[in-house]
Design a protein around this ligand. Structure first.
Ligand SMILES: [Fe+2]
Length: 296
């Protein structure tokens, strides 16, 4: 909080890849849970506008039924006017977790997705969309949260895997980072998740936070950029500042800006799992976490 107003930071990452010809800026906005940031989400939208994002990616839990849904719609309308937007569901789009997911809440979620689509936002369910940015070789894919039905989600995931092309920089949006075991074998370049809220508490000497849903105490993938098989995993710490029993500490809400920049000609992207191949690959990781900046 700053002057009584909820604050957030811009968290920047840069990844070099030979698959883009010009720089592409991806804004990742996750786990808003309908929290307001200024009148009609003005502070949040202004910050994204200043970053000149080519695309806005939303990996779930933007909506929350525990409060007014107006801040959610304010953000979605504003974001759709700023840049092409891509959205997948999180667990909270399927209603209150404690009440369980029912056929009724699934039907309500389908209605929510339809309404989001009328704003011109792509709600992904296993599709692939090619972006015109960066030389036309960036593919965005996405899958629903498992609360949408496990069989359905695994069908969506397999459909995404089959559509990966090695010449395209491929991003998969999927809400939950605890499914890292499966993502390790995703043949695309980047998996982008939310859900973990940065591990709620960030303490000195403790890298990954204290607790994340689905990962429990001392989560491995609570917020940051990680190696993942032959690609990477990016987990946003999200923008929620209410509701959890464990309030955030040392872990400000964030918007992530992921810059994809052309790699020098002749440089190869790394392949293989560094955990299997040891420090040589870990050292060679060219993903640079370059800058943290406090937002307004
Ligand atoms: Fe979540």
């Amino acid at each position: 909080m700053k002057n009584g107003k909820p604050g957030f930071r811009i968290h920047r990452y840069t990844v070099e890849t030979p698959k883009v010809e010009t720089e592409v800026r991806l804004a990742v906005v996750s786990d808003l849970h309908g929290c307001p940031y200024g009148e009609r989400q003005g502070r949040l939208l202004a910050a994204i506008g200043r970053e000149k994002a080519d695309v806005i990616l939303m990996p779930g839990d933007m909506y929350d039924d525990r409060d007014s849904d107006e801040p959610f719609w304010d953000f979605m309308r504003g974001a759709a006017a700023l840049a092409p937007c891509f959205y997948v569901t999180g667990n909270h789009e399927y209603g209150r977790c404690l009440e369980g997911v029912t056929p009724r809440s699934r039907a309500e979620t389908e209605r929510l997705k339809e309404k989001v689509r009328t704003l011109g936002i792509a709600v992904l369910e296993g599709e692939k969309i090619l972006l015109p940015a960066g030389g036309g070789k960036i593919a965005i894919m996405g899958i629903d949260d498992p609360f949408g039905g496990r069989r359905r989600i695994s069908d969506q995931y397999l459909r995404c895997c089959r559509q990966v092309r090695p010449q395209e920089y491929t991003v998969l949006l999927s809400h939950r980072p605890e499914r890292m075991g499966g993502y390790r074998y995703f043949p695309g370049d980047m998996v982008i998740c939310g859900h973990a809220h940065g591990g709620q508490w960030r303490l000195p000497g403790l890298k990954g936070g204290v607790y994340a849903p689905g990962q429990g105490l001392f989560p491995k993938h609570a917020g940051g950029l990680y190696r993942r098989g032959s690609g990477q995993l990016l987990v946003s710490c999200g923008l929620c500042y209410r509701y959890p029993k464990l309030p955030r500490f040392g872990n400000p809400p964030e918007i992530v800006i992921l810059r994809l920049v052309p790699a020098e000609k002749g440089k190869r992207q790394e392949k293989g799992d560094w955990r299997e191949k040891g420090k040589r690959q870990k050292k060679g990781c060219r993903a640079l976490k370059i800058q943290k900046e406090t937002g307004k």
